[in-house]
Design a protein around this ligand. Structure first.
Ligand code: PGA
Length: 249
């Protein structure tokens, strides 16, 4: 059975001591029990070691990595460096990386490979911009993001992947997709997996929704049959909100 996952993308927020304080608050909340099967946080790179050290029953992921194992890539961080401190997940293809750092599907396919080669899980993000939705091109855009960035994997490798659907127009805008809009796209993604792989692979894939998800709308979104959890930005910076979202099943 697929897992119910709530993940917090801290983006470029909090200093290290604030990040450690947040994790310690999350530890307390989680110790009281949460309904999600798995909780993950994605802090910035300088925080990873300290956060990893403090986290109890909380997985720690990275927001990005380079495709190469090592070398002359000043400012970059490799997948083996992350796995060497037991990082479990890496975000690949977040819309902010696609938009501001020019990351295209073919590069993202290589990042997915780098993450999987190190035994970590890739949280592969997809989603359309507002003009793409308005022109009714969202299914094609998402289909291409998945085909070009992910579907080179074999079915066994796909078990090391979680998909996050994040409509760009809903990220950080306070404008959430309706639960029907989210469900429609999640069902489409699951159908693509069934078509390209097997019904089993589709059934076992966790598909998270992201984009202005908060304690007020999480329950409605997570009640949809193909929405298995959330990738949370802003609301993941407040421990009470994040825990409440993790209990929204
Ligand atoms: P948001 O961000 O929850 O602040 O909209 C979600 C994300 O970008 O992962």
């Amino acid at each position: 059975m697929r897992k119910k996952i709530v993940a917090g993308n801290w983006k470029m927020n909090l200093n290290v001591s604030e990040g450690v304080a947040l994790v310690e608050e999350l530890n307390v909340g989680i110790s009281e029990g949460v309904k999600a099967d798995e909780l993950i946080v994605f802090p910035p790179f300088p925080h990873l070691y300290a956060v990893k050290d403090r986290a109890i029953k909380l997985q720690v992921g990275a927001q990005n990595c380079h495709t190469a194992l090592n070398g002359a890539y000043t400012g970059e961080v490799s997948a083996p460096m992350l796995s060497s401190i037991q990082i479990s997940h890496v975000l690949v293809g977040h819309s902010e990386r696609r938009a501001y750092f020019n990351e295209l599907n073919d590069l993202l396919a290589k990042k997915v490979d780098a993450v999987l080669d190190e035994g970590m899980t890739a949280v592969y993000c997809c989603g359309e911009t507002l003009p793409e939705r308005e022109e009714n091109r969202h299914f094609n855009v998402i289909g291409a993001q998945l085909a070009e960035g992910l579907f080179h994997l074999n079915e066994n490798q796909l078990k090391q992947v979680v998909i996050a659907y994040e409509p760009v127009w809903a990220i950080g805008t306070g404008k959430t997709a309706s639960s029907a809009q989210a469900q429609e796209v999640h069902a489409y993604i699951r159908k693509l997996i069934a078509t390209n792989y097997t019904a089993d692979a589709a059934e076992n894939m966790s598909i998270l929704y992201g984009g202005s998800c908060n304690p007020a709308n999480a329950q409605e979104l997570f009640s949809q049959p193909d929405v298995d959890g959330g990738l949370i930005g802003g609301a993941s910076l407040k421990s009470a909100d994040f825990i409440q979202i993790a209990n929204s099943y």
